[in-house]
Design a binder for this molecule. Structure first.
Ligand SMILES: O=C(O)CCC(=O)C(=O)O
Length: 461
């Protein structure tokens, strides 16, 4: 017997599915979900005193099955408990296609994380269970050096002394962290809010609706609705579902653009966001070399012809995790991009960066975008801006959404280090063809800290 759909809400923890017993009678079944928070709790004040998880009710929803509904399904306390246990069984899988080392297209399966959560998962399945990853420190003093750059001050029309100061801060943060936040960027706050809205609306569709909405990228490695970087059925998995899309170039004939049809404004909103974020990338790709005392156009000129440059977007959804201390939202990696722009929402943190051997949790300031150096920028800057080794961690009680936009030169472009600006250095990286580098990076994705970039390093004699 199944619970009628309209009463089944994503369940965060199986203990939340306890039947509600009132005067020894089954009065209802409690389902809780963060998303619906404000609507529900006030509707059931008389129930609250019966539930021993009251302190956890903040930000949750109660859904009540009335006596008559229970009777009509002939439920009793035991069958409801059985039912809530059966909900905990994982049922749905992402099919992931990938190209193996011999160029064959292979398929592997991995559970849909969001569905595990919806079915009231209590224990982390073995495929998600990691040896406890080292926890991150929150070091506010250290984080002060991760700059919040005001892009308005980078404009050539800005006051020269505040512009010089902003360029100095930009260089310092880029060289020290490989990342910095930007405000005063070209993405207006209402557009950020719309981006969050369409993203959440997409992930909150049922699994069938999501699949129907987005279609399939089957023949393309690492794109589509599903999960990233699965190469085998026994590999440890990340606690994330994602929708990864190529958004530029935009020729449909390449079969690379499969936009979700629902919500209907998904595509216009994401396209508007991409356009604005791309403009910001271009500004930063001029400001950065200037800040590093290199020729201002020396990075951006490596993005020609710009009609062919590649922009991918990965929309990440990290549902609440029953055992966050033994799982990872997104495994440690560097980005193969030149520049990544990360949008985080609702102030929910999760991104962590390895710095001086310690994991440090990045903040998620409202309205700011995080700019992260990718491996290609490390090469272009001859190692002065190192791509940070980073990961995302899930949380026990908060879902998290993020959008990572990867900005890359055209696949056939050859990029190389720009040396100068008083560094007096010899190149420590060789020139690489972008598509070769990206392919190499996928191959070595799981190979350990900063392995992919060794491909471009010039070994010291
Ligand atoms: O969600 C995050 O904070 C990290 C995202 C990320 O690193 C990625 O998508 O490559």
């Amino acid at each position: 017997m199944t619970v009628p759909d309209k009463f089944v809400y994503p369940v965060m923890k199986a203990m939340f599915c306890l039947p509600l017993v009132h005067n020894k009678e089954v009065r209802g079944c409690v389902y809780l979900h963060q998303r619906e928070s404000r609507t529900c709790v006030p509707q059931f004040p008389h129930y609250l005193s019966n539930i021993f998880i009251i302190p956890e009710l903040k930000g949750t929803t109660l859904v009540d099955l009335s006596q008559s509904q229970i009777k009509s399904h002939n439920w009793n306390r035991r069958s409801m408990i059985r039912h809530s246990q059966s909900l905990a069984q994982p049922q749905s899988f992402h099919e992931v296609s990938f190209v193996d080392e011999e160029g064959r297209t292979m398929t592997a399966r991995g559970p849909v994380v969001q569905e595990l959560v919806r079915h009231g998962l209590q224990q982390l399945p073995a495929r998600f269970l990691r040896d406890a990853p080292p926890p991150a420190l929150v070091d506010h003093r250290e984080l002060e050096s991760m700059a919040l750059i005001d892009m308005a001050k980078l404009s050539p029309e800005a006051d020269p002394s505040s512009r010089a100061e902003e360029l100095r801060r930009l260089a310092a943060s880029a060289e020290s962290w490989g990342m910095f936040f930007v405000t005063g960027h070209g993405v207006p706050l209402p557009l950020m809010a719309s981006l969050a809205e369409v993203l959440k609306a997409f992930f909150m569709l049922s699994l069938e609706e999501k699949r129907a909405s987005v279609g399939s990228y089957k023949d393309i490695d690492n794109l589509g609705y599903g999960r990233s970087f699965v190469k085998s059925e026994d590999q440890k998995l990340d606690w994330v579902d994602r929708l990864a899309m190529r958004v530029h170039p935009n020729q449909d004939s390449l079969g690379l653009r499969l936009w979700p049809q629902t919500p209907v404004d998904f595509r216009p909103v994401v396209e508007k966001y991409v356009e604005a974020a791309r403009r910001d990338c271009d500004i930063l790709l001029q400001a950065l070399p200037e800040a590093l005392m290199l020729e201002r156009q020396s990075f951006l000129e490596q993005f020609q012809p710009c009609s062919e440059l590649i922009v991918n977007v990965r929309n990440n959804y990290y549902p609440p995790c029953p055992c966050p201390s033994s799982s990872v939202g997104l495994s440690p990696h560097t980005d193969a991009s030149a520049v990544t722009v990360l949008a985080q929402f609702d102030g929910v943190q999760g991104l962590e960066v390895l710095r001086r051997g310690r994991w440090v949790r990045a903040p998620a300031p409202e309205g700011a975008l995080l700019v992260v150096a990718g491996d290609l920028l490390e090469i272009m800057s001859n190692g002065r801006v190192a791509s940070p080794w980073h990961r995302a961690m899930p949380s026990a009680d908060r879902e998290r959404f993020s959008v990572a936009l990867f900005y890359n030169p055209p696949p056939r472009a050859e990029i190389g280090p720009v040396v100068g600006g008083g560094s007096g250095a010899k190149p420590v990286y060789r020139k690489v063809v972008v598509e070769d580098y990206v392919k190499n990076s996928y191959t070595f994705f799981n190979a350990g800290e900063k392995t992919p970039i060794k491909y471009a390093k010039i070994e010291a004699n």
